[in-house]
Design a protein around this ligand. Structure first.
Ligand code: F6P
Length: 393
């Protein structure tokens, strides 16, 4: 009698949305761990494009992921062009490509789809899961705006790059007694701006969560002048907007795709120029430098852990889960049923680094009453009716 040869279990790995430093570490962590569990791994080339293109799925072996830890980008390629649940073109509309993709994956013997990405990718994971394709989600975005997790892969490296930019701008700002604006990414969340701004000692940090008042920015520059400091550093999140103003887009969102943001710092420059401050003002848009380059050691290690944990979940067939970091530890939570609010998060303007920035005199551009009210809010005790004698730790 001939013994039947069991086919190895097969899973498919995909990185949705834009690249982020550390995504290669996720792939490597996954592939190496999967090998130990006897799982066969396919990779989808260029994100969701690989799922709709017959040659889009390629085997991923330990040999394929050799040497990729220090590399930026994503060895599988990335694309934000394809959303499997929308048709692109003249008449964009929701589409039912999902069931076809699921059928295709099943025909290839793929038992689960592992999706690496931010909120958009997690939404796609929810949809695939609802269509009966078991999924696992792994958190990756430089924006750190994915809900339910303390950190996402790529954020640390992006903040590092942005912090170095603030440092570099400081010296030239001081030499020329200029006001320097630095626009950073982050979409509708101000995590990168806040973290790089505080780390780099910025004087003003404008984030989407706090619509700014121009008079506060001007007052900060004037206050510094009075102290003999003839230069100022302003970090502007791309999603920042003045009170009553709009978030600026360079390209509107198509159905199933997010708009591209840009122009926040150019608008602020114009607003400041109109104030005749007596300073030269220059602006730098950091752009995709924040997404490129070698990942930090932190993101490599986080990526390895995320990938490895994802493979572990697959080995145990714990599908329908999304990996999150809580209390510094990896956990998994259900993919479905948590809704939009759970997929997205933004800076807590009353606590953490925003609070530290405010208490340490960084101008966040908010109305004076709001600043005063927030300054008396303590982490442990909620709202004070009168100011504490010393700020709490
Ligand atoms: O979500 C990551 C991110 O880098 C955002 O911070 C930024 O707004 C956007 O992607 C840029 O997208 P693209 O690479 O398509 O220009």
């Amino acid at each position: 009698m001939v013994a039947s040869v069991e086919r190895p279990r097969r899973v498919c790995l995909l990185s949705g949305g834009g690249d982020a430093p550390g995504v290669n570490a996720i792939l490597r962590g996954f592939v190496h761990t999967a090998r130990g569990f006897g799982l066969e791994v396919l990779g989808s080339r260029y994100g969701f494009e690989g799922l709709v293109n017959p040659a889009g799925l390629v085997p991923l072996t330990v040999a394929d992921v050799r040497g990729i830890l220090p590399l930026g980008g994503c060895m599988l390629g990335c694309s934000t062009r394809v959303n499997p649940f929308f048709v692109d073109g003249g008449h964009e509309r929701p589409t039912d490509r999902g069931p076809l993709i699921v059928e295709h994956l099943r025909a290839l013997g793929v038992e689960a789809l592992v999706l690496i990405g931010g909120d958009g990718t997690m939404l796609a994971a929810e949809r695939f899961e609802a269509l009966g394709m078991p999924c696992v989600g792994l958190p990756k975005t430089i924006d750190k705006d994915l809900g339910q997790t303390e950190i996402t892969c790529g954020f640390d490296s992006a903040v590092e790059t942005a912090t170095r930019a603030v440092d570099a701008l400081h010296s030239t700002a001081e030499a020329h007694a200029r006001v320097m604006l630095l626009e950073v990414m982050g979409r509708n969340a101000g995590f990168i701006a806040l973290h790089a701004g505080v780390a780099g000692g910025a004087d003003v940090i404008l984030i989407p969560e706090i619509p700014y008042r121009l008079e506060r920015v001007v007052a900060k520059i004037r206050e510094r002048e009075r102290l003999g400091l003839r230069f100022s550093l302003i970090v502007v999140a791309e999603g920042a907007r003045p009170a009553g103003g709009d978030v600026l887009e360079v390209e509107g969102g198509r159905p199933g795709h997010l708009p591209r943001l840009g122009g926040a710092s150019a608008r602020l420059l114009q607003e400041l120029e109109a104030q005749n401050l007596g300073h030269e003002i220059r602006l730098t848009v950091l752009g995709h430098l924040q997404r490129g380059g070698s990942p930090s050691a932190f993101d490599r290690n986080l990526g390895m852990q995320l990938g490895s944990y994802g493979a572990e979940l697959c080995s145990r067939k714990e599908y329908g889960r999304r990996v999150v970091v809580r209390g510094g530890k990896l956990r998994s939570i259900p993919l479905l049923g948590s809704g939009e609010a759970a997929r997205h998060t933004a800076v807590d303007v009353d606590d953490g680094l925003a609070r530290t920035a405010r208490l340490a005199g960084v101008e966040l551009g908010e109305a004076a009453e709001a600043t005063v009210a927030r300054a008396f809010h303590t982490r442990a005790e909620g709202w004070f009716t009168r100011p504490p004698v010393t700020p709490d730790a």
